[in-house]
Every structure is written in C-alpha cells, then in structure tokens.
Design a binder for this molecule. Structure first.
Ligand code: ADP
Ligand code: MG
Length: 506
C-alpha cells in the first residue's frame, strides 16, 4: 500500500503546507489514509493530519469528504439550536495537498482526538463497556447524527466503532507525555539493537494491513453462523472497570498528578501486526503508568465526574441526502437490511449502524456477524441473522430490493437457509449476556426502534435522544430535544429513506 497511488510514507520531522505543520508521530490509519500527529507552527498547538492515498479515486473521494466536512463544521449549529450536537462531530481545521514519492495527496487537518471506540471495546476484552459510559457515548452519537441528518443533510454511511473517536482532554500535556514515551522507546530500541546485533524490526510502513473500511473483517471472539444459539455457560467475571483502560489513567494523570513512568509492554495475543499498530498508536492508548488495577464501583466512578466525550469522525464515505455516491455502503457488520437487499436507502441507514454499535459497546460482540458456508453466502447468513433477531423482512423490501430474488423465493422464504431459530433481542441480552430482566427489557426497548426493518419507519436519532434509558446520562442529564418525538420515525427528514432526486450536484 506504500507505493505510487497509495499511502504517503510520512516521516518524523517532515514539513507540510509550506512548513506550517511538522510531523511528530503516527496516530492511526484506515482504508483511505494514514493519520499523523503534527505540530502547527502557526497556532503552536498539535493537530491530526489525515494524509489520503494519492490514487485518483481516493483523491476524488477526499475532495467530496472536504465538502461534507465543511458543511458539518460550519458554525451554524451553534446558532440554530444544535449547539450540543455539533460538538460531537470532528471538525475540519485546514486542508491542502502534499506531494511525495507516491504522488499528490490530499491532506485534512483536524483537532487531535484519542482512541476510537474499537480500542475501548478491546480494553474491556470484548465483555462490554460499563453501561454508564455506553449511555454517554450513545447519547452523544445520537445528537451528532441528528445534527448531520436534520441540519446538514449529510449521511455518514459508515458508523462503526473505528469511526467514533474519544476526546483526550488536555492534548498538549498528553503530547508531552507521548513524546517522552516515544523517545524512551526509541532509546530502548537502540539499546536492544546494540545488544542483539540483529534487526528484528519491521518498518512501520509494512505493518499496515489492508483492512478495508467496507469489508470490516476483524478478529472477534466468535464467528460461526447461528452463534447466538450458543449460550456461554458458567460465570464470566468482568474485568475491574478501569484495570486496562489507559484512557482514564491518562485523564487521572491530567488531573494534576506527576508525569508517569511507562509500563513494560505486555505481550498481546491474537492481534495482527496491523491491529497492534493501530492499537498502540493513538494518544490515549499509550502505556503510561503501572496498572495496579482499579476496583472502584460504578458509583465511585460517577463521583469522579469522568465524562467521556466522543466525536463522529471519518466522513470519507459520507454523502448527501440528495446525492448518493454509491449503493455499496456500510461496513458489513453494521450494514442495514435495505442495503443488503438492494432497496432504496437514506439517513435511516446510519441509525441501524448506530444500534449495532451500541449493542456492541454493551456486550463486546457484534450484533450481526455473518459468515458464508458451503451452501449460503455472507448476505444469506446476514439476512438470516436479522430475521432470527427481528422477524420477517417486510414485503415492501422484498418487492423493491434489486437483489431480493437471489435471497428469497416467491413465498418470501430464504432460498439457501431453511432452519431459522428465532431469538428476540431481549432474550439474547438476558440469556446470553446475563443482563437483569428489567435492564434487558429497557435496552431492547431502546434498540428495537432503531432496528426497524423498514427504513422509512426507523426511529430517528433526535427522538431517541429523549429515551428514558438516556435520562441519567452523566453530563447530559438535562439534554432533550423537545422538537423530536420519542420513537418517531424521521419521515419528515429529507432523504430519510431514499435519495431526494432532481437536485444539482454539490
Ligand atoms: P479512513 O478514512 O482512512 O478510515 P479515518 O478518518 O477513519 O480514516 O482515520 C483513521 C484512524 O486514524 C481512525 O480510526 C483513528 O484511529 C485515527 N484518527 C483519525 N482522526 C483522528 C484525530 N483527529 N485524532 C486522532 N486520531 C485520529
Ligand atoms: Mg475510518
């Protein structure tokens, strides 16, 4: 991928935009780009620079991304009642092009954020994040989506954990720590090299794997069809809430404690080189202190006023309510039924993905994790899993879906999978994930309206902000959107379930 047309081989100390930005270190990467920490010599603050692959398709997509970012970054939100919401979308600070050995790259400059939510899911070892944090993330995500859909006419189309990033608080102080740690690491490597006299390092450039934003394959705990039929028996002790979540440790450090000592890197298992790279690059995932374990209760955490702030990032696949760029949208596990079946789709597709994401935060598992078998495709399996959880696909989708015939026979039954075992969401939460009866009921009442199979009927983000489950969200207790109705569908939002036709190009 580091070849002409591909990623830019950036290096420490490299200058960008006529010397305005100085590159410091890598922060992350995605299918389209590599993302770097850089120092802005004009504002004297640090920024995140997204350097896009130089191929024509990526460049064109990046230019669209910039237009979309400019739309959501405009300050209108603050003036027009979306003040809280527009805070939850990553805003663009600058953009320019940069020429390197692999071609001309579009570069976008953003504020620096911390880890993405996949890193958080991993830190809780795929056993689910404490509900109090999930509520904060869910409410902010819904506020952000409501703003995008209702105010900006923008559809994200790739809502997933990797594309929602956490804030880190005092960026400059964290950068200081990170630079210190990077230097220590470099020094250690030098010593190690001298000691072994062999080079065991893989250059950073080759450590990037080819994970695609729309293929979404990643290692998870289970991967079989009908996995929901397998109950995990025996007790599954949860890790103490903060024992492995350095994000919070850094925040604690930020609250006036002295500079921490780095921790020896613990060996990780089952992580590909690319993922490990991803997992250890972000600012907030740096190992910064001896992890002594933390057995504070959720109640005590609450009094620490630890407020997670998240922002929706990566508009690289986003589009307009009246101008869709492609029908191949969404990463597999977060893909909505209308998109799989080939029906019309709109902003409500994001709501489906958001519900999948919230389930994943609560449980650590994908809501749907389709796989192909001898006699059925991934799509077959995906639809089967959806039906098992949510019931029959509405006839309207079967009538209008371009691919409906290849999945369903004339009686509306799946052609390639005959044995379905229905297992409603509430029961899955109770039986598989051991949520208490009442909580399972509430969570399922919260998620199901966002998982309505008919995209036109799906609950809209703004209405869901008003859900009772989110009433006690730390930091957002009073936040309600009186103009939106709980469980109401976004049918009044232009482009809610289909592209609005007849508009000029953006
Ligand atoms: P792509 O379009 O290539 O997927 P993203 O915008 O999703 O690019 O960025 C890739 C990764 O880089 C993200 O998952 C995240 O880990 C990291 N990243 C992106 N933007 C920032 C930022 N502003 N601050 C810190 N890390 C970021
Ligand atoms: Mg991405």
């Amino acid at each position: 991928d580091y070849k002409p047309g591909g990623y830019h081989p950036a290096s420490r100390g490299e200058l960008y935009n006529n010397g305005r930005y100085i590159l410091v270190r890598k922060l992350g990467w995605g299918h389209f780009s590599t993302v770097w920490l850089a120092k802005d010599t004009v504002s004297n603050a640090h920024v995140a620079m997204k350097v896009v692959r130089s191929d024509k398709v990526y460049t064109e997509a990046a230019l669209d991304e910039i237009k979309l970012l400019k739309r959501v970054s405009s300050s209108d939100g603050f003036l027009e009642g979306f003040c809280e919401a527009s805070k939850h979308i990553l805003s663009l600070l600058d953009n320019f092009t940069h020429t390197g050995p692999n071609g001309k790259h579009v570069v976008m400059v953003f504020e620096v954020l911390g880890e993405n939510l996949l890193a958080l899911i991993k830190k809780y070892e795929h056993r689910g994040i404490p509900t109090m944090y999930v509520k904060q993330i869910a409410k902010q995500l819904l506020l952000g989506l409501d703003y995008m859909h209702r105010k900006c006419g923008v559809i994200h189309t790739d809502i997933k954990p990797e594309n929602v990033l956490m804030e880190v608080g005092d960026v400059e102080a964290i950068v200081k720590m990170v630079e210190l740690l990077d230097k220590q690491k470099r020094d250690q490597r030098k010593v190690h090299r001298r000691a072994t006299r062999t080079s065991i390092e893989t250059p950073t450039a080759t450590a990037v794997s080819s994970r695609s934003s729309t293929s979404g394959s990643r290692e998870r705990v289970s991967g079989r069809r009908l996995r929901r039929h397998t109950l995990i028996t025996g007790s599954q002790p949860l890790p103490s809430p903060l024992s492995s979540t350095n994000f919070f440790e850094i925040k604690a450090q930020m609250m006036g404690q002295s500079l921490p000592r780095p921790m020896p890197t613990t060996p990780k298992t089952n992580v590909s080189a690319g993922e490990e790279e991803q997992a250890t690059n972000s600012l907030s995932s740096m190992e910064i202190s001896n992890t002594t374990g933390d057995d504070r209760t959720e109640e005590e955490l609450r009094t620490d006023s630890d407020v997670i702030q998240v922002k929706i990032a990566d508009l690289g696949n986003a589009c307009w309510f009246d101008e869709h760029y492609t029908n191949s949208i969404q990463t597999r596990e977060y893909r909505s039924p209308e998109v799989i079946i080939g029906c019309e789709w709109g902003a409500s597709a994001d709501i489906w993905s958001a519900a999948c994401l919230i389930f994943e935060l609560l449980t650590g598992d994908f809501l749907f994790e389709p796989d192909e078998g001898h006699s059925y495709s991934k799509d077959d399996d995906h639809i089967a899993q959806i039906v098992e959880l949510l019931g029959e696909i509405p006839s309207q989708l079967l009538r209008t879906g371009r691919h409906a015939r290849s999945f369903f026979n004339s009686r509306g039954q799946l052609r390639n999978i005959s044995k379905l075992k229905f297992w409603p969401l509430k029961d899955v939460l109770r039986e598989k994930y051991k949520f208490p009866e009442e909580e399972a009921q509430t969570i399922s009442e919260f998620l199901l309206p966002m998982l309505r199979l008919n995209p036109s009927e799906r609950a809209d983000a703004g209405g869901m902000v008003n859900h009772p489950w989110l009433n006690d969200t730390v930091g957002l207790e009073g936040v309600q959107l009186s103009e939106r109705q709980l469980y109401g569908s976004g049918a009044d939002i232009p482009g809610w379930y289909r592209e609005v036709a007849g508009h000029p190009r953006h």
